[in-house]
Design a binder for this molecule. Sequence first.
Ligand SMILES: *Cc1c(COP(=O)(O)O)cnc(C)c1O
Length: 413
Amino acid sequence: MSTPATAATAAADPNETWRTRYAAAVMNTFGTPARVLVRGSGAHVWDADGNEYVDLLAGIAVNCLGHAHPALVAAVTEQLGTLGHISNLFTSPAQIRLAETLDALVFPGARQASRVFLANSGTEANEAAFKIARRHGGAARPRILALEDAFHGRTMGALALTHKAAYREPFEPLPGGVEFIPAGDVDALRAALGPDVAALFVEPIQGEAGVRPLPAGYLEAARELTTAAGALLILDEVQTGMGRSGAWMAHHLLAPGVVPDVVTLAKGLGGGMPIGAAVATGEAAQLLGPGQHGTTFGGNPVAAAAALAVIDTINKEGLLKRVTELGDRWAARLIAVPGVTEVRGVGLLRGVGLADGVGPAAEVAAELEQRGFIVNPPRPDTLRLAPPFILSDADADAFTSVLADVLAERAAA
Ligand SMILES: *Cc1c(COP(=O)(O)O)cnc(C)c1O
């Protein structure tokens, strides 16, 4: 589905020229990226100098079907050519079908009691969940708990739930009432909970913190303790959801008995189209009433059609099974690489721990990029892998062997 003419035009200037233009035109919130990408196909992308890369990050756990997947391109093109945007003064078959599908996907068995709010990003999905939490118990429950090292987004409400001081402090005062407790510590959670707590926000695996899983049993304990305290359990599956763990939701895999009150989604949901969702069940599904929340774009027909195509394709191509099989096989090979200390995470969300002598991870990531592999360093001792679900065995193995070379060279240097 690529269009050579467009790609050629886009690539007419080399990487460095584009970077200079970027720096002169774009706000400096990200630093100037090293590469200007012009085209993608499957698990591969190309930069403006014509270099090819295996994309093992997938737009940060977004492009689950890879780049330019024909089913996604067709669904988006067809919807945009039929009805592109209508606002939430109207609804569309695509929006309604997606809502029904997500209710059943996130809460199998409780679908009748579940309702979805469609937004445009992960941070917005969490803003909706934050407002649901505020509505739960009202003034009698002013406190909200989140975990140390949590990442929930960059808008003011989601930022209030995000732990990293460097992200938060320049923007204080943030919405109040949020308290951080040590991640994975059941006693700390028990001590913090009380009748004045509205909700606990948890990522089943802390992605931005370096793909850090919670200890076994934590989600079960969190469900039991929040229920006893009358507080909502809100799971942020923005990064872990939509099949990345090998199950539709990571909590289905990691804590199968646990039914949260709210689950937030985004990244993989649209396969690259911007969309987010807060999916709630039971009482939590009824807490936002008419006029209490809104969005112009949220749930727009094109984004909804994209999400439906992603879900359909994951089903048709058996990609959940693929994620589990490739993820397990790859992790077993990666842990055998000298210089790798551990491989955390599940499915195709992995944190590769690096030994002291071979880091920092940012330098390792830069060398890997030079050799044609895109990964990122969420921590100084960790590389993150979050590739498309359609990644081939050959590409995964090629990475493992290049990683082994890079780490061996760095250990020897
Ligand atoms: C990426 C992420 C977010 C924020 O999503 P955006 O789409 O960047 O706003 C929130 N929570 C988690 C767990 C994430 O990984």
